[in-house]
Design a protein around this ligand. Structure first.
Ligand code: MTE
Ligand code: MO
Length: 388
């Protein structure tokens, strides 16, 4: 971001999208900092920042990240139809469609099945800089989806597994000029190979506690390495079918228009939101004595990270260090960089991550050439700070 991008402009643009306002400045506590360590101000943020915290939407203050796992009451949250309140005693998970034995499972039934833990951090596919506050990391417990599906007995013709949340709302479905207003549940689908793999989890606990209403109480789907949208909260029914599911949040709302070179010609394809695109973001810059430090976060699909680098102004890319506390495959990853010899004045700091497949986080300009829609915004995001 150049110096021409003023604070006012940030407010109107990306930051406003991310829920920033200027209503006053809460006194944040920063347990993340060591004694004597102070925050260096970002000049790409307004001085007065209020992060959206409504019952429906919570954006995390990434400067405040103080451990690998985000506490449940701080986890970012967002959804389309508010939070349904579900009575845990009468709750049932229905498994229907192309199965030999349709199921109706209580929470007790689910807790009685073999469970598994999963450390998994994800971001909303609409998450982006400068704040990137729609990202969090958790330690989840639940039943492998496969275990439930095997109990139901998936038939050979089954191709598509649709997950419906208990939340619903009126939706306008437009077809060739005719608009129908119908009630629909939040729904997302997985294809057979993924649904029957060892990966997806039906989670009932976060960080050792039953799921909060925000996080999908009593049960949510988690697809490790994928963006937020497929992680259906308040799951009430799994419907197994042969046809593709084309519900709004599967087929229309969450998609990306991407360009790809095929035989020397740019081919534009609309793709569904699935695996997270490798991203690193700078969360805070601090000062202790004369030493400056940069701390940041990587979101990714589980492909191991080969490197993460930081650059100051137009200087060389320098290696940052991956934090060993965030090792699990699907955890978000922390990185640290000692910024030596920082001089007074305004500086731009940028990070970029590369994974072992060789994919490197693109620049904003590079991404712009191959992506037309705003989801999956994983470009390098330069931050500006004032060193005093
Ligand atoms: N039932 C249901 N599940 C949902 C949604 C929703 O609207 N309804 N929103 C999805 C989206 S877009 C995101 S980013 C994540 C957010 O999960 P979180 O609130 O636990 O952070 O939930 C997903 N699961
Ligand atoms: Mo999302």
């Amino acid at each position: 971001m150049s110096k021409k991008t003023t604070r006012r402009e940030v407010l109107k643009g990306g930051a406003a999208m991310a829920g920033l306002g200027v209503l006053g400045f809460p006194e944040w506590a920063f347990p993340a900092l060591a004694q004597g360590e102070t925050l260096v101000a970002f000049t790409d943020l307004p001085e007065e920042v209020v992060l959206e915290r409504t019952p429906d939407r919570r954006i995390i203050d990434v400067r405040d990240i103080d451990g690998p796992v985000t506490p449940a009451d701080k986890w970012f949250t967002t959804q389309h139809y508010g939070h349904p309140e579900i009575d845990r005693a009468t709750y049932r998970l229905a498994v229907s469609g192309l199965v030999d034995r349709p199921l109706s499972l209580s929470l007790g039934d689910l807790r009685g099945l073999p469970s598994r833990e999963l450390v998994f951090g994800f971001e909303c596919s609409g998450n982006r800089g400068p704040l990137n506050g729609l990202s969090s990391n958790g330690r989840w417990t639940g039943v492998p989806l496969r275990t439930v599906l095997e109990r139901a007995g998936v038939q050979a013709s089954a191709r598509e597994f649709v997950f419906f949340g208990a939340d619903h709302g009126e939706e306008e479905v437009v077809f060739r000029g005719r608009t129908s207003t119908v009630d629909q549940q939040y729904g997302r689908s997985l294809q057979r190979d993924i649904a029957l793999s060892n990966e997806p989890l039906l989670a009932y606990a976060l960080n050792g506690e039953p799921l909060s209403t925000h996080q999908g109480r009593p049960l949510r789907l988690l697809v490790p390495g994928w963006y937020g949208a497929p992680n259906v909260k308040w799951v009430s029914e799994i419907h197994v079918q042969e046809d593709q599911y084309l519900g709004k949040y599967q087929a229309r709302w969450y998609r990306t228009l991407k360009g790809e070179m095929v035989n020397g010609v740019m081919k534009w394809k609309e793709t569904a939101i699935t695996k997270m695109r490798l991203k690193s973001y700078i969360a805070r810059v601090t000062k202790m004595g004369n030493q400056h430090k940069v701390f940041g976060v990587i979101m990714h699909d589980g492909t191991p990270i080969r490197s993460v680098e930081v650059r100051v102004d137009d200087g060389p890319w320098q290696p940052a260090t991956l934090d060993p506390t965030t090792r699990e495959t699907y955890s978000w990853k922390f990185f640290n960089f000692d910024w030596n010899g920082a001089t007074p004045g305004e500086h731009t700091i940028t990070s970029r991550a590369t994974d072992t497949s060789g994919y490197m986080q693109p620049t904003a300009e590079g991404l712009e050439e191959v992506k037309k829609t705003f989801l999956e915004q994983n470009n390098q995001h330069p931050r500006t700070v004032m060193i005093t």
